[in-house]
Write a protein that binds this ligand. Structure first.
Ligand code: ACO
Length: 444
């Protein structure tokens, strides 16, 4: 088969395909779409029906799976915008719930809109009392991401009055429930693992503060959230809130494309996020730094990361989209410093090690040539550790934050008239037709 572009102007690409089998040359005019920013997009929707030909793109490196107005990334320049606003400005000036509203509704809320939104969220922060019993079914040493997966999936068994995705009001209630309950569910997963009583949410606290309260307070003594720590967590949540069509968000969209209920969709997102190549990387960074242990051993690990025969990778480095410093990592580097100073962690060995590792890697020709820079996970783990959050909870907090992005993207998908069930095709390389024979050694 050969394919060639014969003619190309700004809006149309003429493609001829010679399939290499009877039928001869097949031609199709493919529209070239232009977003408000970013590269032009070849609209191949007619390709198969007109030419009998698929595209092949494992990992979707060249494929836009949807149209979206929520988040824009320029990976070459290290730019991340939510609804047009730079992530640095949002992290500096907003509360997490303001950013949640922005992602879902498209605009920064007015004071009145914000108060209504906060009221709607805080109304739903408690979970059904029976969910407490549900936790008891898990082993105490279960990974909290496993618990999150089970409990969030189970929400659809508790909140059946917000499962009808065709009903706009039910969609909104389910969205509010998810955003409100995620911190409660996450904190309960933590408390369960350490054998402490669950703490009810406190609706007069901010989103990040309430999460810290539910994780660290006990019924036996008053607990005051450190405002510097709450501000840092607020920033961490904002920086993780959305990241356009990443693996977990695409999973949520794909799951939702079949009409699955929102609780099931978010549970699917959590499953995908758990992997070490995605949200699990923050936990992996800390484990890696602990394994490296001392500055003197950095060269040994850099050497391993460059060795093709060694599966070891520098965790917290590299990104599918960013070929520049991840803007979220720049914000977190500063936050990390602030938190460690506030908590008197001067000269925290892991931070010193992380900075040295970053310096050495950024000067190394391998990392320069492959454009491998620190990503959001590189510094978040150190901050979370300093705050006192156990390593196994890092990805859980990522899931709490990303729930907002998953929901915004899911709602956008439901409202998109061009939305179809997601159903990729394949390049089949298995057996051609063969017939079952009774005499065959593999016959039954
Ligand atoms: N350490 C060493 N080498 C690396 C690293 C790394 N962290 N990341 C990429 N490379 C190398 C690869 O070996 C590959 O080399 P090659 O071209 O010689 O084969 C090249 O850089 C390109 O890497 P790919 O894996 O093809 O890039 P891809 O876009 O598929 O993967 C990913 C991106 C998964 C993030 C990768 O960089 C990685 O595994 N990083 C470490 C895990 C991590 O930090 N994940 C968090 C991502 S951010 C997030 O999800 C919030």
């Amino acid at each position: 088969m050969t394919a060639r572009f014969l003619d190309e102007d700004n809006d149309l690409a003429h493609l001829e395909v010679i399939p290499g089998r009877p039928g001869g040359v097949k031609a199709v005019d493919l529209p070239i779409l232009h977003g408000t920013m970013g590269p032009a997009v070849l609209d191949i929707r007619k390709l198969y029906s007109e030419t009998d030909c698929f595209t092949y793109d494992p990992g979707y490196t060249s494929t836009a799976s949807c149209e979206s107005k929520i988040t824009f990334i320029d990976g070459e320049k290290g730019i991340l915008l939510h609804r047009g606003y730079p992530i640095e400005e949002l992290a500096e000036n907003c509360s997490f719930l303001q950013v949640a509203y922005l992602l879902m509704e498209g605009e920064i809320p007015t004071e009145e809109e914000y108060q209504t939104f906060v009221k709607n969220i805080t109304f739903h922060t408690m979970v059904h009392e029976q969910l407490r019993d549900f936790y008891r079914g898990f082993r105490r040493d279960a990974h909290p991401m496993a618990v999150m997966l089970g409990v969030v999936g189970a929400l659809s068994a508790f909140y059946y009055d917000s499962l009808d995705i065709r009903d706009q009001r039910q969609r909104m209630i389910a969205s509010h429930r998810l955003i409100a309950k995620m911190p409660t569910i996450a904190a309960m997963a933590h408390k369960y693992s350490i054998g402490q009583p669950f703490m009810y949410p406190q609706n007069d606290l901010g989103y990040a503060e309430n999460l810290l309260y539910m994780m660290f307070a006990t019924p036996t003594a008053p607990f005051k959230v450190n405002p510097v720590v709450a501000r840092a967590l607020n920033k961490i949540l904002i920086l993780h809130a959305d990241h356009e069509q990443n693996a977990s968000t695409s999973t949520v969209r794909l799951t939702g494309s079949s009409g699955a209920n929102p609780f099931a969709c978010i549970a699917a997102g959590i499953a995908c996020l758990w992997g070490p190549a995605h949200g699990g990387a923050n936990e992996a960074v800390l484990n890696m730094l602990t394994q490296i242990g001392h500055k003197d051993r950095i060269p040994e690990f850099i050497k391993r990361a460059k060795d093709k025969n060694d599966p070891f990778r520098l965790m917290g480095f590299g990104h599918r989209v960013y070929k520049h410093y991840d803007p979220r990592a720049s914000v977190l580097r500063k936050v990390c410093q602030e938190v460690l100073e506030e908590l008197d962690y001067h000269g925290e060995p892991l931070l010193e090690l992380a900075k040295e590792l970053e310096k050495i890697a950024l000067e190394d020709p391998y990392f320069i040539e492959k454009k491998l820079y620190p990503n959001v996970d590189f510094y978040s783990g150190i901050i979370l550790k300093a705050i006192g959050i156990p390593t196994c909870m890092f990805t859980v907090l990522f899931a709490v934050a990303r729930t907002v992005g998953w929901i915004a993207q899911w709602m956008e998908m439901i409202g998109d008239p061009s939305q179809k069930i997601g159903r990729p095709r394949q390049l089949y390389t298995g057996h051609t037709l063969r017939h079952y024979r009774l005499s065959s050694p593999r016959g039954v």
